[in-house]
Design a binder for this molecule. Structure first.
Ligand code: 13P
Length: 257
């Protein structure tokens, strides 16, 4: 973390979990234990059906709400999809774009990720752009090239003053939902490489303002060590964000001096 230049953001990604009733129960559980007046920003990215209610439920405890994906068109015949403007209108502030599960199961490509980033910015949302390598790619030694490619594609055509406010999440595929976390060194190394890519494209001023998160089996136990890396500015948390106590522990880790 480096709070001098950029925001620390702890974001939960609920994926396809939690009904409205469960969302209400989660809010009641987290409210009394939520740390206040500290440095890190907290976000929960929730299923689309919960966005509107979540905005209201989590307002008191200063948790901003995000969506888990959006479509890149402004409107049209895309059954089942929702636009960035709809998400914004429902009160959300963030949207996850290019999560590896979307890339894997819903044919999301670097090309559509780029279009979605533009759509999100246009609608006034902050995109949380996910990048990451598979185990095979890591073993082949192409992690850095691949990540640089993904970052460049995602940000292509975005103005530097907009890039400053984007969040990038480094999520190695082999660490997602596996309980196998990247070491702090591995996470730090790739997050630093992402910042270097941004620096080369957009300059030092933009690069140092971008929040770069780590995601992949981050939990109450390993959060502090990961967040101690200078280029790891937060976390994108799946499983552990479904349990209020665990999520709060991670927020505490991000609030340490
Ligand atoms: P887990 O924390 O469950 O590994 O999920 C990480 C993730 O995919 C967050 O987007």
């Amino acid at each position: 973390m480096n709070r001098r230049y950029r925001k620390t953001i702890i974001a939960g990604n609920w994926k396809m979990n939690n009904t409205l009733t469960q969302t209400k129960a989660f809010a009641e559980e987290i409210k009394p234990i939520m740390p206040r007046g500290k440095w890190c920003n907290v976000v929960l990215c929730v299923p689309a059906t919960n966005i509107q209610a979540a905005v209201r439920l989590f307002k008191d405890c200063h948790i901003a709400i995000g969506a888990e994906t959006c479509h890149y068109e402004e409107k049209g015949a895309y059954t089942g999809e929702i636009t960035a403007a709809m998400i914004k209108d429902a009160g959300a502030k963030y949207v996850i774009i290019g999560h590896s599960e979307r890339r894997q199961y819903y044919n999301e490509t670097d090309f559509t990720v780029n279009k979605k980033v533009h759509a999100a910015i246009e609608a006034g949302l902050i995109p949380i752009v996910c990048v990451g390598e598979s185990l095979e790619q890591r073993e082949l030694g192409v992690t850095m090239e691949l990540i640089a490619y993904q970052v460049k594609c995602a940000l292509a055509g975005v103005a530097p003053e907009k890039v400053r406010h984007i969040v990038i999440a480094y999520e190695p595929l082999w660490a997602i939902g596996t309980g196998k976390t990247a070491t702090a060194e591995q996470a730090g190394e790739v997050c630093q490489a992402i910042r270097t890519v941004i620096r080369k494209q957009y300059g030092a001023h933009v690069a140092r303002s971008v929040t770069i998160q780590y995601g992949g089996s981050m939990n109450a136990k390993n959060a502090a060590e990961l967040l101690a890396q200078p280029d790891v500015d937060g976390g994108l948390i799946g499983g552990a964000s479904l349990k209020p106590e665990d999520f709060v522990q991670i927020i505490h880790a991000a609030n340490q001096e």
